[in-house]
Design a binder for this molecule. Structure first.
Ligand code: NAD
Ligand code: UDP
Ligand code: UDP
Length: 332
């Protein structure tokens, strides 16, 4: 892949892996990030590459650069982080999408949106196919993220219909791997960090809610394949691993892989927490010839090894402690 590629949110967890893969494939990469949840550590190893450039910038403000392709990932992804400043979260999704679409329109770039399984909300259809419109609360504590991402999808499809933009929309399901923020409150990083430190494993609700976890290298592969599809294929398309696990199963796996003596403790389920989630990936399998390859056990081993190595050595300045109870809207 040649040409100039912009990755917004490139210093984040997924973005940094994407930048790495793009550089390996020969692209010139411009990484744009405001370091809200991303870190310089995530991309330090790329700075010596002459085809890599980093720009500190907030996508809610206009951006004038010359690029051929845009991967729009800028947006905090974990509930703790996106609920920290919910107005800014919606602005990032909506104003950020408008600015990146305006940029794509001016320079005639292909643009891919990192959307999310959250557009399905707490789903009544299981597994979730792309044709399902979702069940989303418009006024709850997750809405800044869910509705922001839904509105961004709307903008992508309106720029496509109204301005003939070359768009791609992927819906990412829970993704994990090295460089997840150790303190962002997501279940995989929480459980691993807790198990490694010998602390209690915090299970919310009865732990029977399900998620499907995709390893980051599989996700990036799907993302790149989607970017390379014919112009008439826009998506939306689900990218995720259909293996479905309860949080209790995940906790047991993590404890056993770490070899930890940690005990489970149960806390209240956060408001609007989806009961179940699993992607229907038939479309990705047929259109992208893509299927995830990394099992949960193998992916967890890699992620545990990363946290074992880096815990205590990261110098994150933006760590956000999970606020107690009501501040997060946790219902009792
Ligand atoms: P992340 O928080 O590690 O990365 C997001 C990046 O965006 C960070 O580097 C952050 O600093 C940056 N950012 C946030 N607001 C910004 C702004 N206004 N301007 C510029 N940069 C900004 O999260 P991630 O898991 O890497 O997620 C990347 C993308 O993938 C997000 O758009 C997220 O919604 C989407 N996604 C992720 C998952 C997942 O499970 N990880 C699931 C569904 C969708
Ligand atoms: N924009 C940008 N970079 C560009 C072109 C546009 O950031 O290279 C932003 C600009 O803020 C603009 C928005 O994208 O308001 C939407 O652009 P569009 O051309 O769709 O609409 P406009 O608001 O200019 O009528
Ligand atoms: N969860 C949990 N313990 C934790 C963090 C999360 O039991 O320490 C649960 C959470 O309530 C949800 C699931 O794990 O049911 C996935 O949470 P995460 O924040 O990783 O992602 P999302 O809810 O956005 O899918």
């Amino acid at each position: 892949m040649n040409g100039n590629t912009l990755v917004t949110g490139g210093a984040g967890f997924i973005g940094s892996h994407l930048c790495e893969r793009l550089l390996a494939s020969g692209a010139n990469v411009l990484c744009v990030d405001n370091y809200f949840t991303g870190t310089k550590e995530n991309i330090t190893h790329l700075l010596g590459n002459p085809r890599f450039e980093m720009m500190r910038h907030d996508v809610t403000f206009p951006l004038y650069v010359e690029v051929d392709r845009i991967f729009n990932l800028a947006c905090p992804a974990s509930p703790v982080h996106y609920q920290f400043d919910p107005v800014q979260t919606t602005k990032t999704s909506v104003h950020g999408a408008i600015n990146m679409l305006g940029l794509a329109k001016r320079v005639k770039a292909r643009i891919l949106q990192a959307s999310t399984s959250e557009v399905y909300g707490d789903p009544e259809v299981h597994p979730q196919p792309e044709a399902y419109w979702g069940r989303v609360n418009p006024v709850g504590i997750r809405s800044c993220y869910d509705e922001g991402k839904r509105c961004a999808e709307t903008l992508f499809f309106d720029y496509y219909r109204q301005h003939q933009l070359d768009i791609k929309v992927i819906r990412i399901f829970n993704t994990y791997g090295p460089r997840m923020h150790p303190n962002d409150g997501r279940v995989v990083s929480n459980f691993i960090v807790q198990a490694l430190q010998g602390n209690d494993i915090t299970v919310y609700g009865d732990g029977r809610q399900t998620r499907s976890f995709c390893y980051v290298s599989d996700l990036v592969e799907g993302m790149l394949r989607m970017m390379d599809t014919d112009r008439d294929f826009t998506g939306p398309i689900n990218i995720g691993n259909p293996g479905e696990f309860t949080m209790l199963e995940l906790a047991e796996k993590v404890i056993s892989l770490v070899g930890s003596k940690s005990k489970l403790v149960f806390g209240p389920l956060p408001q609007d927490d989806p009961r179940q989630r699993k992607p229907d990936i038939a479309l990705a399998q047929s259109k992208l010839a893509w299927t995830p390859k990394v099992s949960l056990d193998d992916g967890l081993k890699e992620t545990i090894a990363y946290f074992r190595k880096t815990l205590g050595t990261r110098s994150d300045s933006r760590m956000v402690e999970r606020p107690a109870g009501n501040a997060l809207g946790i219902s009792s």
